[in-house]
Ligand binder design. Structure first.
Ligand code: AMP
Length: 143
């Protein structure tokens, strides 16, 4: 079964082109990281490749290494910024698996024991709180 083609007008492609705002925490030549607008926990960050990929099924394997390297970097920074004892990395492929935005992304979510996560794509966070949390992560990244 073949997946639909990459849609250049998905929300994350628009963020990459600067057509929509985002609380950026990190960027390099290959990857971009920004806060999830409906965070499941404070500091919930998304890591994406700059090159188009719908999800892990169609991605050029060459873009996975930089995306995972950035995911590791962000995981460590979130751990430090929020004093989180654990980090969840989560990634959905196609609607049946829960994918809502069709540009490859990895969720990086701080975890605190049995503290419940907020629902996936639940409630929009306050912009001021997102800005504050993005700053904490950027500070932990050393910038
Ligand atoms: P999924 O495709 O299931 O991994 O979910 C897409 C994720 O993107 C959800 O966690 C949404 O809260 C998040 N999201 C949707 N729109 C935006 C946006 N404009 N900026 C940041 N995160 C977003």
């Amino acid at each position: 079964m073949s997946a639909p083609a990459y849609d250049n007008d998905n929300i994350f492609a628009k963020i990459l082109r600067g057509e929509l705002p985002a609380h950026k925490v990190y960027e390099d030549d290959d990857t971009f990281a920004f806060l999830d607008i409906m965070p499941r926990a404070d500091g919930h960050t998304l890591v994406i490749p700059k090159r188009p990929a719908r999800n892990i099924l169609d991605a050029d394997p060459a873009l996975l290494a930089p995306v995972m390297a950035t995911t590791q970097k962000i995981a460590r920074a979130i751990m430090a910024a929020f004093a989180a004892p654990g980090i969840l990395v989560q990634q959905f492929n196609e609607a049946d698996a829960g994918q809502v935005v069709f540009h490859l992304h990895f969720h990086v979510i701080p975890r605190f024991g049995d503290q419940k996560l907020r629902p996936h794509t639940g409630q929009m966070a306050d912009q001021a709180v997102l800005a504050e949390n993005a700053e904490k992560i950027r500070a932990a990244l050393g910038g």
